[in-house]
Design a protein around this ligand. Structure first.
Ligand SMILES: [Zn+2]
Length: 320
């Protein structure tokens, strides 16, 4: 799989020169980096980002409403009272990260509402179910590294998913995850370069483990356990030891035996990111963003077909 990706990048580079990464730059990035450099030591302001209080409703936590005047987007950061200062210190940074994420995703719609974050020490926190909000729990338990990972790595990834979900359904899993990781790491690299580098190193290690079979990710298949329980004890042993063992049927399956193919996840995340990286290396960031925008804009659009027409790339060997 890794060789195939390298081949893709090299072949594509031969016919189309690589462009310099076109990351949002200048004032926006400077404000973002400043706001996120030391969120605990000082509350920094970011031009165009306003933070207002959300008084606690009955049975709910207080929060902060973060509004971005440049794209009218809104985000909410709820907090247990003990973490009020932490919330206030992180809010401008979080707003700036979301502004940057909107550019890299790209999310061009104005006035979107991002998924919310809750700062809590309660592992079992359950948000009020008012049906309008998705809240992600940032566990504040003194483990600063955990909180850093969550805010600066996990949340940009999950917020990319929230854009995908708002725009359309029916996206293949490899596209959802590759896009989310690719977009998120661009933001992470600006505000926490060491966190982004560590994540890329993890992906690089996982990429070599096995074939990713990206195209089958999330597809429906028969659970291996549903087959295993119908085998003789001898065949069960062989089934457990030999991945190539194809036990003879017939088998009977019920509805609970059909599961989504979620195997080999680490390799698949890595391979999905590598696919987006390879396209970016070959065609430049702007072209990849245009491809993504076209995929998100049309509920019927097939990313593979659009990669062929817009980028001249045949992705099918990479999804096999
Ligand atoms: Zn994901």
């Amino acid at each position: 799989m890794r060789i195939a990706f390298l081949a893709l990048a090299v072949a594509a580079a031969a016919i189309s020169p690589a462009f310099a990464a076109a990351h949002p730059s200048g004032d926006d990035s400077t404000a973002l980096i400043d706001a996120c450099r030391a969120p605990e030591s000082a509350t920094r302001t970011v031009p165009g980002i306003a933070v207002a209080d959300i008084p606690a409703a009955a049975g709910d936590l207080p929060g902060l409403l973060i509004r971005d005047a440049t794209n009218q987007a809104e985000a909410r950061l709820y907090y247990e009272p003990a973490f009020e200062q932490m919330a206030r210190a992180h809010a401008p940074c979080w707003g700036a990260m979301l502004r940057d994420l909107a550019q890299v995703v790209p999310e061009t719609r104005l006035g979107i509402r991002w998924a919310s974050i809750v700062l809590t020490s309660d592992r079992d926190y359950v948000p009020p179910r008012d049906g309008t909000d998705a809240r992600w729990t940032a566990l504040v338990d003194g483990d600063e590294a955990h909180l850093e990972q969550f805010l600066f790595l996990v949340m940009p990834h999950e917020e990319t998913h929230s854009v995908q979900t708002a725009r359309r359904d029916g996206l293949p899993r490899w596209f959802e995850e590759g896009h989310a990781e690719w977009a998120a790491l661009q933001v992470t690299a600006l505000v926490r370069p060491e966190v982004a580098a560590a994540q890329r190193a993890r992906h690089a290690a996982a990429a070599t483990d096995a074939d990713a079979h990206l195209g089958a990710w999330g597809s429906m298949r028969v659970s291996p356990e549903a087959i295993r329980r119908q085998l003789s004890p001898e065949d069960q042993q062989r089934f457990d030891k030999d991945p190539d063992f194809d036990p003879p049927g017939p088998f009977h399956f019920g509805p609970g035996d059909i599961v989504s193919d979620e195997s080999n996840l680490e390799t698949r995340y890595a391979a999905a990111l590598a696919l987006f990286d390879a396209l970016e290396a070959a065609h430049g960031t702007s072209a990849v963003r245009e491809w993504i925008a076209a995929v998100l804009a049309d509920p019927e659009a097939d990313p593979v077909a659009l990669a062929r027409t817009m980028l001249g790339e045949d992705l099918t060997p990479l999804l096999a």
